[in-house]
Design a protein around this ligand. Structure first.
Ligand code: ADP
Ligand code: MG
Length: 357
């Protein structure tokens, strides 16, 4: 096992375009489950490929343990990678697929067998060892790909969207299994996904990337409660945080008929700017009576998830030019307003998020 360090790591595919990964600094602890998350094209796969030794580093340094790996070929880095498409050999049995990497490295047969059986037991693959990939379900193939990585007993696991070919229900089951397995094996893991729910549920810590630039590194709850910027605020959390631009007047903003004081530290940080970007999570907005101060929201849709629901609507009296602002409010899933209704909404002022507009 080993820690992993990125120091100023940059990858440019062409001298003219913006770097795919831009001066990335990241310290991953020994045994940590680190999730790298961000929208498609933000540089996740490139980051993983540089760590794996499959892509060169143009600037900066990567360390695995105390070893600088620049120039060390992929096969000598002591990492195992699980790909999105699993990359199994179709004509080989599950057992052979799992043991192949060990054979190549000259691990003796009895040891190969021991490791394959051990990994198969962990992953419930024992009855399937004699089958070929075409005789397996998607979930089973995914487990074989995991098994092949585990038998290597590497210092670091790298996983690039390993659940994206599974259906929604299996994805939820499998993500719990992978997280549990990683904790049991205690092997440093860098897990790439574009899915913020996977990131939130699986990671010890999460690194959020946008356009090749690290936006924030923190525990799931840190990112959720204290997003460093508007990008992280909107990206983490489902449904997305409602955000809008407000005019600051006398150190306060208007939320419909309600006046909300802008926290002192936020006012100081504005440097005299007149506008501020405000954010509210659905659980921090609530319905109030019509005679109470707040903003009017016209309901466009309510999603019910049983006991809870999410009310989507257009709020007036929030934005500077009073264009309607899309907001999401958590409501009771069994008793809530209907599409087309006009409701009054009030925020929990203490829990609003403030960003540069
Ligand atoms: P992600 O995995 O987050 O979707 P990638 O790391 O695959 O993102 O890509 C990051 C950026 O680098 C994208 O703009 C992508 O188009 C570009 N890119 C990736 N691989 C190559 C390549 N081999 N040649 C040129 N550009 C590439
Ligand atoms: Mg990718």
């Amino acid at each position: 096992m080993a820690a992993v360090t990125f120091e100023g790591v940059t990858r440019r595919f062409s001298p003219t375009s913006r770097p795919a990964v831009d001066h990335l600094d990241l310290d991953i602890g020994d045994g940590e489950f680190l999730v790298l998350v961000g929208p498609s094209g933000c540089g996740k796969t490139t980051t993983l490929r540089m760590l794996a030794g499959l892509d060169p580093v143009d600037e900066g340094t990567i360390r695995i343990g105390d070893r600088v790996v620049d120039g060390i070929p992929a096969k000598d880095r002591d990492i195992a990678m699980v790909f999105q498409n699993y990359a199994l050999y179709p004509h080989w049995t599950v057992a052979r697929n799992m043991s192949f990497g060990l054979r190549v490295r000259g691990v003796p047969k009895p040891e190969r067998k021991r490791r394959v059986l051990q990994a198969a037991a962990m992953l419930d693959l024992e009855p399937l060892l004699g089958r070929r990939p075409s005789e397996l379900s998607g979930g089973q193939r995914q487990r074989v790909a995991m098994g092949r990585a585990i038998v290597r007993e590497p210092q670091v696991f790298l996983m690039d969207e390993p659940l994206s070919n599974l259906d929604a229900k299996l994805r939820v089951q499998t993500r719990a299994q992978i997280a549990e397995l990683q904790r049991r094996l205690d092997v440093t893991t860098v897990y790439v996904t574009h899915d913020q729910t996977e990131a939130m549920t699986m990671g010890d810590r999460i690194a959020v990337l946008d356009q090749g630039v690290l936006q924030q590194l923190g525990t799931p709850i840190e990112l959720y409660d204290r997003p460093a910027n508007a990008f992280v605020a909107r990206f983490m959390g489902s449904p997305a945080m409602s955000t809008w631009t407000s005019r600051v007047e006398d150190d306060a903003i208007a939320f419909g008929s309600r006046r909300i004081e802008v926290p002192r530290a936020v006012v100081a940080g504005l440097d005299g700017a007149a506008d501020v970007l405000v954010g509210a999570r659905q659980e921090d907005l609530r319905l109030v009576g019509e005679d109470e101060e707040g903003a009017d929201v016209v309901v466009s849709l309510v999603e019910e998830y049983g006991s809870d629901g999410s009310l989507h609507g257009e709020a007036s009296g929030l934005a500077i030019d009073d264009t309607p602002v899309p907001v999401v409010v958590r409501v009771d899933g069994r008793a809530h307003p209907l599409t087309g209704d006009r409701v009054r909404v009030r925020p929990d002022a203490e829990r609003l998020h403030w960003f540069h507009a």
